[in-house]
Write a protein that binds this ligand. Sequence first.
Ligand code: IMP
Ligand code: MG
Length: 181
Amino acid sequence: MGESHLRVLLHEEQIQKRIRELGEQIDKDYPDGDLHLVGILKGAYMFLADLARAIRRDVRIDFMGISSYGKNKTSSGEVRVTKDLDITVEGADLLIVEDIVDSGVTLNYLIHLLEQRRPRSIRIAALLDKPERRKRPVQVSYVGFRVPDEFVVGYGLDFAERYRNLRHICVLEDGPGAASQ
Ligand code: IMP
Ligand code: MG
């Protein structure tokens, strides 16, 4: 098994500062109505926890489980709902909270699925966006950071279920002689 090396791409403080800005913007954009933050498991759990606290207005929190990736770094192209929402969304403003938009396959599928349940609106907040990788169109209203086409881990994002608890977002690099962490 090759050793992996972690290079910090986004420091904890940069992430927290950006999330405070996103929270302020969301407060301005949703002055009234029933706002549901829909976190996509598992990758978005940490972003959702911090974003929710950066928002001052009242929100409801819900989660959806979507699986589109196996243990590999590449998408299988298949999307499966592994956990559905608990709260009814009809008439509510939905803000989907996602860790990263890569091919766009997951969110493109999810938007179509949730539209059928007649919410008042649906928007996406994604901490990271890799626009170069897009295969399906996705409109992301709140983007934390655009990142290059490199595999990233930490702050909720994993590789084979590892590295989710890192406070920074790091590029996972393989290399002979690289220090593992
Ligand atoms: P998409 O359907 O290709 O846009 O994939 C979105 C999902 O793939 C994200 O929610 C992540 O779970 C996963 N993913 C995509 N790129 C990365 C990455 O660089 N690191 C970790 N997970 C990723
Ligand atoms: Mg995900």
